[in-house]
Design a protein around this ligand. Structure first.
Ligand code: HXC
Length: 518
């Protein structure tokens, strides 16, 4: 008798689990596949180390709706739990579009909140795979309340554990605000979109015809709005990139960054770097050459690669340790700082600082972008974000001035004066209040205008200015530069400096929080 009872109970559990796993059924699953999308479970399997997923709330359901739609689904349209990435614990939720369009109601949200709370409690990253029609309409205000609970936790977890969002289907309305609070947003090309109001509302309000892809597809958010930090052509590659990102990050703000030895000698020198900077100061070169040369194994994970390309941000390793790189890119807009570059780099710097990842700035910046577009677009307050972010950062901070470092942009780009720990310059560095041409035209204007050959006088005065100011030696005499280094030695010098700064401690003012110019 006992055995029969036992058997029945086990069978019931098996049946319930199978029902939960079956999700919205074969028809909906094949529709999902026909759109080039994986199912919520397939995504989890690819994201996590094989066999490591432990699921919570398999049997949880909603309460039913007040609209006469009483379908209850085990799991309520989201799969939640924890598992490993390269052996390290992460928490995950994966919305199941095959169940009521992955829409979010009370129970669905409670499941997400449970794993978010656990992630914070144990100090592990939280990864959300989003594929949802948004607030579950049948649940009315309960669905809105449910979003609020998630937003609240996103903010509480910010700077405590890394939060990563991956958009793998629709993400519309207020639902977009959870991913946008998180640290990094991935989007899958063609199958994902994000917007506050969709094409239909746009048509009604503004009479514009626009497709979902043109309004809020991966490409637009990666290039134009800056909402997406990474994109990938399909689900499989996207999930692989999330695993790669995790490899650079500590699990929480109490840990140092993970160490991974790529067996690249710390004392490797690169003589080609001595020839990287062209003789002509107006000529561009690609900062990626320097970045790849100094990093372990030339491996670099660029953040926001298609947005504000005049500045490069991303993760690499030096001597095995994760570092955050911020580098001006002379090959795009001469490496100038504009509104978008300041926002992009400011947020990246703050992430690295929150999670104990040392920061290295590679500087070649002619200044801030001039013009009414930039001034009216708020270059003052956006530029202030980057200034604030670098100044506030207490992680080890190092700078290498490669070529131009002019005016306010010099100060902002992790200069000694905003308390960077160690500042190096290449012999090609030009550290001055402004570029030779602009400076000469200001201080010798009358002389140039009165000359019989103004161009010759301008050139002569510019040469004089360059010799006096546009070099690193005056700054080195003052101690604003700790050493003028041979370009070929950059990797070695940086790794030694990271080692020495490893034990850095920093005081912080006693306050609730600062007021960064958002
Ligand atoms: C309840 C929903 C739903 C929702 C989709 N479904 N979205 N059910 N609430 N929000 C259901 C559909 O009824 C359908 O159920 C199933 O999911 C699949 O949807 P389809 O429309 O057949 O899929 P598709 O053609 O691929 O279109 C997907 C879609 C569309 C573009 C997402 O469903 C859509 O426009 N949904 C509404 C989106 C929306 O406006 N959401 C509210 C946003 S406002 P059956 O039973 O037929 O399979 C919001 C506020 C958040 O979210 C506020 C936070 C503060």
């Amino acid at each position: 008798m006992m055995d029969i009872q036992y058997n029945r109970t086990i069978k019931t559990l098996e049946r319930l689990r199978a029902e939960s796993t079956a999700a919205g059924g074969p028809e909906k699953i094949s529709r999902q596949h026909s759109q080039g999308k994986l199912t919520a479970r397939e995504r989890i399997d690819l994201l996590l180390d094989e066999g490591s997923f432990e699921e919570f709330d398999v049997l949880k359901t909603g309460r039913g709706s007040s609209l006469g739609d009483d379908r209850l689904y085990l799991g309520d349209g989201v799969i939640t739990g924890h598992g490993n990435i390269d052996g390290r614990e992460v928490f995950v939720f994966s919305q199941d579009f095959t169940v009521i369009g992955g829409s979010l109601g009370e129970a669905h949200s409670q499941k997400i909140c449970k794993v978010m709370d656990m992630a914070v409690k144990v100090g592990a990253p939280i990864i959300g795979l989003n594929d949802s029609g948004g607030a579950r309409i049948q649940e009315g205000v309960d669905a809105l309340a449910a979003y609020g609970e998630i937003f609240h936790r996103n903010v509480r977890a910010s700077g405590v554990v890394p939060q990563i969002s991956c958009i793998m289907g629709p993400c519309a309305g207020g639902a977009v605000y959870s991913p946008s609070i998180t640290d990094f947003v991935f989007m899958v090309q063609e199958s994902s979109c994000m917007f506050v109001t969709g094409p239909n509302v746009v048509k009604t309000v503004t009479h514009q015809d626009i497709t979902a892809e043109a309004l809020g597809g991966a490409g637009i958010h990666a290039r134009k709005s800056g909402v997406a930090h990474f994109t990938a052509p399909n689900d499989i590659l996207c999930l692989r990139e999330i695993r790669r990102l995790i490899s650079y990050l500590p699990s929480n703000n109490r840990q140092g960054p993970p160490i991974l030895d790529l067996r690249d000698p710390a004392d490797r020198i690169d003589p080609a770097l001595d020839y990287l900077v062209p003789d002509n100061p107006s000529q561009a070169y690609d900062m990626n050459v320097l970045i790849h040369s100094i990093l372990d194994g030339a491996e670099f994970m660029e953040v926001h690669p298609d947005f504000a390309r005049n500045i490069i941000c991303g993760f690499g390793r030096m001597g095995g340790q994760s570092v955050g790189l911020v580098a001006n890119q002379p090959a795009v807009l001469a490496g100038v700082l504009d509104t978008e570059a300041s926002f992009k780099a400011g947020r990246f710097v703050r992430f690295c600082d929150a999670f104990n990842i040392p920061l290295i700035a590679l500087v070649d910046v002619p200044g801030f972008m001039p013009g009414p577009d930039q001034e009216h677009g708020g270059i003052i307050r956006h530029g202030a974000k980057l200034l604030y972010a670098f100044t506030e950062a207490t992680v080890p901070r190092i700078s290498v001035i490669v070529r131009k470092a002019y005016g306010g942009a010099y100060l902002v780009m992790n200069s000694k004066h905003i308390h960077c720990d160690v500042n190096y310059a290449w012999p090609t560095a030009e550290i001055a209040v402004m570029g030779p041409k602009g400076a000469t035209e200001v201080i010798h204007r009358k002389e140039i205008q009165a000359a019989s050959d103004p161009k010759a006088v301008l050139n002569e005065k510019m040469d004089e200015y360059r010799r006096t100011f546009a070099n690193p030696f005056l700054a080195a005499q003052r101690g604003y530069i700790d050493d003028v280094i041979f370009p070929r030695d950059t990797r070695h010098r940086l790794i030694r400096t990271l080692q020495v700064l490893d034990g850095k401690t920093a005081d912080r003012p006693d306050r609730k929080h600062g007021n960064i110019p958002l």
